[in-house]
Design a protein around this ligand. Structure first.
Ligand code: TIU
Length: 226
């Protein structure tokens, strides 16, 4: 196996990684958050904003697949009996539709339902890892760390939604487990633009207290794909 080193221009400083030791982690690009009728809309959000990042995510995913890097897709997803959904999470905010209720795309945030599927544009390939996560973070109560350890992964590239909720929580979990993480700025989005901006700043503040950020063009350029 040939090793391929990348030097990605990023903030607060250059992000170095080796393709075979780095995973692209795509957080919750599922219909529940991106299409009307899902969990995101049931919380009172305008979901149109999130769909705009899909082309940039597709470009990175295509380049990363071509380079032979590990790809991980996550879904925020609960068991049909909701045994993994704390009542506090289900009831918070008294939403119009709760997790597990029938919605226009099936039961909200329940595994196997149409709304819980990753959008077609970013559909996982057969050998790629798909992690169903009951929490906001990708590591809590999932096999993600074991899957990364099987491949000796040390660094993570993050894309997905929403920036300040599941993406940031996952990056903080990764940080405490010793991973270096780079968040691709135009491949993540929030229902609240000011929260996205704040998250990018807080991730890279204090010398990269949580990780690094950069536009996807910097990664693609480091990969010779600009
Ligand atoms: N509500 C919101 O912004 N996000 C979530 O509930 N889950 C994820 O971020 N995936």
């Amino acid at each position: 196996m040939t090793t391929r080193q990348l030097q990605v221009d990023a903030q607060p400083f250059v992000f170095d990684c080796e393709v075979q030791r780095t995973a692209l982690v795509i957080i919750d690009m599922q219909r529940d958050f991106i299409e009307p009728g899902g969990f995101g809309e049931s919380l009172g959000n305008d979901v149109a904003l999130l769909a705009a990042i899909v082309p940039a995510c597709q470009a990175v995913l295509a380049a990363w697949r071509e380079a032979g890097g590990m790809v991980v897709h996550t879904r925020e997803s609960h068991r049909p009996d909701l045994a993994d959904c704390p009542p506090a999470k289900r009831n918070r905010g008294n939403p119009r539709l709760r997790i597990g209720d029938p919605g226009p795309m099936g039961r909200i945030l329940v595994a196997g339902e149409p709304g819980n599927q990753i959008i077609d544009a970013l559909k996982p390939a057969v050998m790629e890892t798909v992690i169903d996560k009951p929490g906001k973070g990708a590591f809590y109560a999932t096999p993600l760390q074991a899957k990364l350890q099987e491949r000796s992964i040390r660094k993570l590239l993050f894309m997905g939604v929403t920036t300040e909720v599941c993406v940031q929580t996952s990056m903080r979990e990764a940080n405490d487990r010793g991973y270096d993480s780079l968040l691709l700025e135009d491949c993540t989005e929030s229902y609240f633009p000011q929260f996205k901006a704040a998250t990018l700043e807080m991730v890279r503040a204090q010398g990269g207290i949580v990780g690094w950020t950069t536009p996807s063009s910097s990664l693609l350029s480091a990969m010779g794909k600009a």
